[in-house]
Design a protein around this ligand. Sequence first.
Ligand code: AMP
Ligand code: MG
Length: 416
Amino acid sequence: MKLQSSLTRLDTLADYDPNSLPVEQARQFIRQFLIPVTDQEPAKLREALGRTLAQDVLSPLNVPPHDNSAMDGYAVHSVPDSDNLQFKMIGSAHAGHPFAGSLAPGECVRIMTGAPIPDGCDSVVMQEHVEAEGDRIKLTRELRSGQNIRRTGEDIGQGSAVVRRGQLVGPAEMGLLASLGLDEIPVYRRLRVALFSTGDELQQPGQPLQAGQIYDSNRYSLLGLLQNLGAEIQDRGSIADDPTSLKASLQDAAAHADVIITSGGVSVGEADHIKQLLAEIGEVVFWKIAMKPGRPLAYGKIGQCHFFGLPGNPVAVMVTFLQFVREALCILMGRVPQPPFTFQVTCTTAIRKLPGRTEFQRGILTQNKHGEMTVRTTGAQGSGMLSSMSKANCFIILPTDQGSVEAGATVQVQLL
Ligand code: AMP
Ligand code: MG
C-alpha cells in the first residue's frame, strides 16, 4: 500500500491535519501498514523468555498426570454413610513413591502432598484432623468424600490449548510449558530494529564533553525500551546532521532491519535533513501530533523497512515510543497487542493545561495506609527533563479537550 495515497483514501483520516494530528488517529494510521513477521524458529524453553509463540501449544498430557494429595495427612477408603471414623494404617505414599497396594474399607495410608492417591481411596484427611495411635487413626472432623484430592487434568486437560500463537512467553508460560514436558517451543524470529541518534551536538557517554556538546541519552533510553521488548537491536550509534552520512545510514539500515528508529532532526530546523532525505529514498509522513510532549513524529517506509523518526527531546522520545512505537513493534513481532492498562485516580497536585493537545504528564502513584491510590506529578514537566521519567511510575493522561486540573480532581493514569 502506498503511504501517501492511503493518506487521502483513509476515511478515518478524512480530516487529517498533519499539523495537529490526534494521538489515536496517528496510531490507527500506523496500524494499517503493520504486517507481522511470520518466520518461525525453535527456541529452547530456558531461553524463551520474552519471545512470541508462533503456534498454539496443545497439551500432550494431563496436568496433574494422576490424582494426588493436596495435603500431608491420611488417604482413606471411607464407607458411605458410616459413622465409623476409625481407620487402620497399612502403608505410606510420598511424592515420587506411590503406595503399590489397594485399600479396603476401613483402611488408610499415610500420604504426603503430591503423592499419587492409592487405589481404593476416595479422600485425604489433613493430619491436623486426626488422632493417631500406633497404626490406628481416629478422625476428629466429619469426612467429606473427595476432599483434598487434586484431580488428574484439573489444571490442564490433555489436548487442550494451553498457550496461543501470538502470546508472549513470560515466567508463567515458561513453567506451564515445562509442566507439559516441552523443552523447545516454536517462536517467531526476533524483530530486527536498527537504532541511531542524529545531531552534531551528540557526544558518547565515557568521552569528555566539548563546548556545545551534550551526551547522547536517547539511544540509551531506546536501547532499554527495545531490550525490554525483546527486539534484536542493531545499534548504529549517532550520526551527524550531514545529509550524505544520514542517507547512507538510512539506506544501509533499511537493507538490514525490519524497523529503523531514529531520534532528532524531524522538526523543521536548519539541521533537520531527515524529511528531505526520506522524500528521496522512502515514503514517510511527518506529523505534528496534538500531544505534549512529542509533537513532531515521522512514520513511513524505506523499501520494506518501517521507519519511525522520533523527536530529539529526551522525554518526547520515551513518550512517543511508549505511545506509538511499542504497540507497532508488538504487532510486527506477531504479538496480540495488549492495550495499555489505564485507570482513574485522584490527583493531589493542580496541573495547568490548555485544551487542544493530549498531555502525558509524568506522575507518581502512591498508596496511603488505607490502601487508597492517589497520583501527583513529578514536578517540572519540560520535554528535555529526563529525570521526570526516572521519577515517574505512570503517565497522567490529560485528554485533548481538558483544561487545567484542580487538586483533588480525578485523572486517568497509565502505568509505566
Ligand atoms: P532536534 O529535534 O534534533 O532539534 O532535537 C531537539 C532537542 O533534543 C535538542 O535540544 C537536542 O539537542 C536534543 N537531542 C537530540 N538528540 C538527542 C539525543 N540523542 N540525546 C539527548 N538529547 C538529544
Ligand atoms: Mg537535532
